[in-house]
Design a protein around this ligand. Structure first.
Ligand code: FAD
Length: 355
């Protein structure tokens, strides 16, 4: 059996590592010239760490990453709630969120794959697909064709696989422009915490550590750094930019011999930090089902999981970024109750860790 994976982001690389680990022949193509250097997803969840343990990836991630200990929620600079990532009942062996820039996660996955004998074929763009009896043919942008048993489209938010499959990407786009900065800074008071600061009219800014003295600052307004109400001694701005957000999901994750996973199948806001982790879970499930000859249930199971994550992420985004003064007052009141109720804190920590 031969599988072609389109896209070498975290989803495609996880799928390749997990498929190859089970002794199945796998090829990975990506239209980029080389791996991405972007630090997009910061938080790796306990579920992802558990899924990547058998391949040895988790051990390497743990050696480099930062163990996030807590989330801190502020109204401007005033701390309203300190929420330790502590749960009542452990579900996985690593009960914390691991902080690591996405490009490092991808590099570790790619090196693991290479040590298993599979090299990503960069500068190779998929253009078309056609089914052929008991196989599927991938047509590349340069006209070359490749026949395999299955294709996994892990080609991101603008997926060509999804387009060729004729699948709609149902949902909506948020009107506001978000901003992001990747900076080096010294003396930040909470280098192992997610810091969330609400400010006027539904504004929110989040700081997440990427490495020692390196931070990601993200806001639902333009100029994340300018919006940060707590002083940050920035020594270098590595990257600054803006982005918009779509909340979308495909109705089916499969058409014949072609499957979708990751952002090709779903996208949502970075609130909750689930995007990459959901892609890793799709990929690991695809590999398991492929090896166990159980692909029939893939689409329904992953669609249900994706829909659940999108619902949860949207619920939190709407609360945290609400412009309604009543809602914001209610939110502060609820935080006050949570701050004196450890069982509630553990319940919320479990939601943040496990979804
Ligand atoms: C600012 C920002 C912050 C984020 N923060 C978080 C976070 O904290 N936690 C979290 O879990 N998620 C986060 N995310 C989301 C996360 O980055 C994505 O969910 C994740 O990158 C999706 O991985 P993927 O492999 O599915 O797609 P991608 O990473 O987009 O990879 C797709 C790959 O497919 C390749 N490709 C595309 N078309 C073709 C083609 N036709 N032929 C061949 N190759 C092709 C592309 O070159 C690319 O390398 C964030 C996203 C953004 C933008």
């Amino acid at each position: 059996m031969r599988v072609l994976i389109v896209g070498a982001g975290p989803t495609g690389l996880t799928a390749a590592v997990e498929v190859k680990r089970r002794g199945i022949e796998v090829e990975v193509i990506d239209k980029r010239e080389e791996g991405s250097g972007l630090s997009r997803a910061v938080g790796i969840t306990p579920e992802s760490l558990s899924r990547l343990t058998a391949s040895g990836v988790t051990e390497k991630l743990l050696a480099e990453g930062i163990h996030f200990q807590e989330a801190r929620i502020h109204r401007r600079a005033t701390l309203l709630l300190k929420l330790p990532f502590k749960v009542s009942k452990a579900k996985y062996s690593h009960e914390f969120i691991l902080g690591l820039p996405q490009d490092r996660t991808e590099t570790i996955l790619r090196e693991t794959l290479e040590s298993d004998g599979v090299k990503v074929r960069y500068a190779t763009e998929l253009k078309d697909l056609r089914e052929d009896g008991d196989g599927v043919i991938a047509v590349m942008a340069d006209g070359a064709e490749e026949r395999v048993d299955y294709i996994l489209g892990a080609d991101g938010i603008h997926s060509r696989c999804r387009e060729v499959m004729g699948l709609e990407y149902l949902g909506y786009d948020l009107p506001e422009t978000w901003s992001i900065a990747d900076v080096n800074a010294q003396n930040w008071p909470t280098p192992r915490s997610f810091t969330i600061c609400q400010f006027a009219r539904g504004g929110v800014v989040v700081v997440a550590p990427l490495a020692t003295d390196r931070y990601r600052v993200i806001s639902n307004r333009r100029d994340a750094l300018h919006n940060l109400p707590i002083e940050m001694e920035v020594t270098k701005i590595n990257r600054e930019g803006t982005f918009t957000i779509s909340i979308r999901q495909v109705p089916e994750y499969r058409k014949g011999r072609v499957f979708l996973a990751g952002d090709a199948a779903h996208c949502h806001s970075p609130v909750g930090g689930r995007g990459m982790n959901l892609g890793i879970a799709d990929a690991a499930e695809f590999a398991r089902r492929l090896a166990e000859d159980d692909l029939a249930g893939y689409s329904a199971a992953r669609h249900a999981e994706g829909a659940k994550v999108i619902r949860g992420s949207e619920r939190v985004r709407k609360i945290v970024t609400s412009r309604s003064p009543v809602m914001r007052r209610l939110f502060r009141w609820a935080l006050g109750i949570v701050s004196i109720a450890p069982p509630l804190q553990r319940r919320i920590a479990a939601i943040m860790l496990y979804g």
